[in-house]
Design a protein. Structure first.
Length: 162
């Protein structure tokens, strides 16, 4: 009996989030590929970003940080992230997809707010901030001064066919 495993990348729902006029959009809206195939998830934003972070929420609900990438390309095994801030885009390439890639992928775009106090940090679409300054003094040093746009990119589902 031959085991066939299909990996399906699908968008749970289309979402565009805004913080002070800054949009983040994602693509593709849906993609289907067989295990072992490759795919690229894209994140586009309406303003130049300071950095982009990629996350995976696995089926058990655990949020896994994949990449922090201000610009350029970083690779970790079969995953490769590229950010081109001047072109307002980032991508996550998954090569040789496996069932362990299952989950929901997120793109977080960081935009500096140099003079904004911690209390004025806003989060789009009613989501909770991923990063919270522990004190006002930390926020004024610039370590956590950012606006984060968090958007669903894709959900990876696996199905087994015998």
């Amino acid at each position: 009996m031959k085991r066939l495993v299909d990996t399906v990348l699908g968008l749970l729902f289309a979402q565009v989030c805004c913080v002070r006029g800054k949009d983040v959009t994602q693509s593709p809206p849906a993609l289907s590929l067989q295990e072992g195939a490759s795919s690229t998830l894209r994140c586009n934003f309406s303003t130049i970003a300071d950095s982009v972070q990629w996350y995976l929420q696995n089926p058990g609900g655990r949020l896994i940080h994949l990449f922090y990438i201000p610009s350029g390309t970083k690779q970790d095994g079969r995953l490769k992230a590229t950010t081109v801030p001047t072109e307002r885009r980032s991508s996550l390439h998954i090569s040789s997809s496996q069932t362990t890639d299952s989950g929901t992928y997120f793109c977080a775009v960081e935009h500096s707010a140099p003079q904004a106090p911690a209390a004025s940090t806003q989060t789009p679409c009613g989501a909770q901030p991923l990063l919270q300054p522990q004190s006002h003094s930390e926020a004024t040093t610039g370590h956590l001064q950012c606006l984060m746009l968090l958007t669903y990119i894709s959900t990876v589902l696996t199905t087994d066919t015998f």
